[in-house]
Ligand binder design. Sequence first.
Ligand code: SAH
Ligand code: SF4
Length: 385
Amino acid sequence: MTANLLDYDLDGLAAFCERLGEKRFRAMQLFRWIHQKGASNFDDMSDLAKSLREKLKTTACVTPLTVLQQHISTDGTIKWLFDVEGGNAIEAVFIPEVDRGTLCVSSQAGCAVACRFCSTGHQGFSRNLTSGEIVAQLWFAEHFLRQYLGRSDRVISNVVMMGMGEPLQNYSALVPALRVMLDDHAYGLSRRRVTVSTSGVVPMIDRLGQDCPVALAVSLHASNDVLRDELVPLNRKYPIAELLRACLRYLKVAPRDFITFEYCMLDGVNDSAIHATELVSLVRTAHAGVWCKFNLIPFNPFPESGLTRSPHSVVLAFAKVLSDAGIVTTIRKTRGDDIDAACGQLAGDVKDRTDVQKRMNKRRTIPILAEMAMVPHGKEDSVND
Ligand code: SAH
Ligand code: SF4
């Protein structure tokens, strides 16, 4: 069986090269060809010895994902649907902004956490992506975009693990993929421009802090355990207090960072002034202050959820309570409306062995990260700056 080199971080590739009798230096060259130049054909890698290229042809490959669909919005947002075999599809979305280019990346086909407001969660879990499949989303998007936009420099400056799936429930594939993103011989993204978003897998937050302390976003969505138990079932295992303690520990290993709390605004469910006040005391008082900002997400509705989006005036009032308490608060702006990029409508057909037909019509949600700074308080005005 040939090895897909997209699966390897630099250490992994060096170990692979060593098995071929090659030095680490060769792995570095190979790594650069693949990730910096977007090469997938070993014959194109002109500064590698012919003997090595021949060896690679029989032992390795650079296998991208197959693009099933591509949608380009009038606002420049691009959404790709990738085939990950076995009837599964995942999405990645590119969001261009004046000062950055953000790629929203998937970590799993489906998701086992089953949050009430999330279409992916309603679809159930299909399988974990491999490191190579996570990296392949960035590999494809970066090199496609350079060509498409006629650019030779880097297009994607930020990655957010906010597509389909719970990244911290696919930890062993996630970490090598993050290392590829950060590696100067590959994409060279700064640690603060790569964000892992989690529904709160506490032990893995600790491990991430040790292994690869990138920016952390925590999907909070509720101001007390009764409500969060309902919205994010993982809360029954790791309740809010435990989650916030994990956030504090994370900030110890990632000093000068802050946690972004994501909060999906659900009409009449979690959007009252009482909830906002409760949140303030959670992050300010009860736990000695988590250095954080809040990102309020307008809910992207789908019929099976039985939920609706909070009116904008309610979102503004909610934001005001937080910002009046001195908490930096942004409201996420949706992008790519004309291609349904805010609703991830392409990747609904995740294969479900228990109820395929029902889920055929389901659609998943992919949130878009373009943010509207609400009430900046002089600190970082966005998670990905
Ligand atoms: N599983 C991870 C990352 C993927 S979801 C997590 O939950 O954090 C990324 C973000 O999209 C999360 O904050 C999630 O709560 C939010 N989200 C999910 N469904 C949504 C919907 N229908 N409308 C708006 N945001 C949603
Ligand atoms: Fe999974 Fe995140 Fe959706 Fe919850 S919000 S079901 S954790 S993808």
